[in-house]
Design a protein. Sequence first.
Length: 252
Amino acid sequence: MTPPPVATREIAREERFNSVWTEELNDVFAHVAPYYDRANCVASLGLLRWFVGRFIATVDVRPGERVLDVCAGTNAIGIALLEREPALEVHAIDRSAAMQEVGRRNARAKGLRIRSLSGDVHTLPFPDRHFDAVTLQFASRHLRIRRVFAEIRRVLKPGGRFYHCDMLRPANPVVERLYYGYLRLCLGFTALLFRSGPPALNCREYFIDALQMFYSTEELSDVLEDLGYRDVTAQTVFAGMLGFHRAVKPAG
Ligand SMILES: C[S@@+](CC[C@H](N)C(=O)[O-])C[C@H]1O[C@@H](n2cnc3c(N)ncnc32)[C@H](O)[C@@H]1O
């Protein structure tokens, strides 16, 4: 499937997925929460820690800085950041109470403090110019990203950095087709292994469709620049299947 042009992509994504985003996805994460970390580990063939490590290596934080992890889920990013730099003030926001509960337990088990808030990230409940850095991993396909990225820009201090990591749409069509085949297989396997409930089973095709309608590395860089971010840089691994973006809110 060829996705619509970038200029109309957000409208097309919203028209196609609005009901899943607003009505179904939270049930999926409520069911998946207890085995989310293990399922990701299986689906990534054990490479999850390496993926997170690669992303964290792109994140530049200094002692005393205030950081927000958006769509924090089970707190993988907040924990990895605090393990690297304990003198950070880390905030997390997510809509799923179940994912946050697992996240709280994960942080507590390591003796780390993450300030968690529940809420829809399309409207961030924080003042303007509040954070030195914001991170967002593995969630953008479920979001109206222009709105969320604009909100992130609002809550960043001038000169603040936004770090983004997600599975992206590979530019090469052959890689893209193989990738979707692998993901389909993986979703089937993890559903069996972890005995997924109806909400997750019903959304299996959505996870592929959402990726097909998503952005490539270059397109995502264009979206960030269009929203007023500067110094946008991107790194990819696995032929563009996974991308790490860094973008800066201008100082002026
Ligand atoms: C695939 S998980 C990623 C979690 C975590 N960032 C990670 O890397 O493991 C996606 C998360 O996004 C959250 N989410 C999806 N849509 C959201 C929204 N509109 N507002 C807040 N959280 C949302 C879900 O609850 C879920 O915890």
